[in-house]
Design a protein around this ligand. Structure first.
Ligand code: SF4
Length: 105
């Protein structure tokens, strides 16, 4: 049977999320979300800039409650997307990756 390290390169978002979050405590999960802010490209996105929004990592925290208009998207160029093998975009308007994934019925 393959170990998590062996599975990771080919793993889907759902598999990566389950492997990562399943092994973390609530405190560690909160800390890992804070780490994602450093990779997040939302603050440089044309849909975000100038809107007055201050939240980030919509792929993890869910939709923006501040802006709705889409003027572009940097999601697919973001390190969070690559690290977690996310396959969607416009998380600020569509919702978090977990909400868009097979993890949510
Ligand atoms: S489109 Fe993507 S990169 Fe741009 S603000 Fe929304 S979630 Fe962030």
């Amino acid at each position: 049977m393959a170990t998590p390290d062996e599975k990771w390169p080919e793993a889907s978002f759902e598999e990566r999320y389950t492997m990562l979050m399943g092994s973390l405590s609530k405190e560690q999960q909160k800390s890992s979300v804070e780490q994602l802010v450093f990779m997040c490209k939302c603050s440089r996105c044309p849909s975000y800039t100038g809107t007055g929004e201050t939240d980030l990592v919509f792929c993890t925290l869910g939709k923006s409650g501040v802006f709705k208009e889409q003027k572009g998207c940097l999601c697919t160029q973001c390190g969070v997307t690559k690290t977690m093998s996310m396959r969607w975009d416009h998380y600020c308007s569509k919702g978090s990756a977990v909400e868009l994934s097979d993890l949510t019925p």
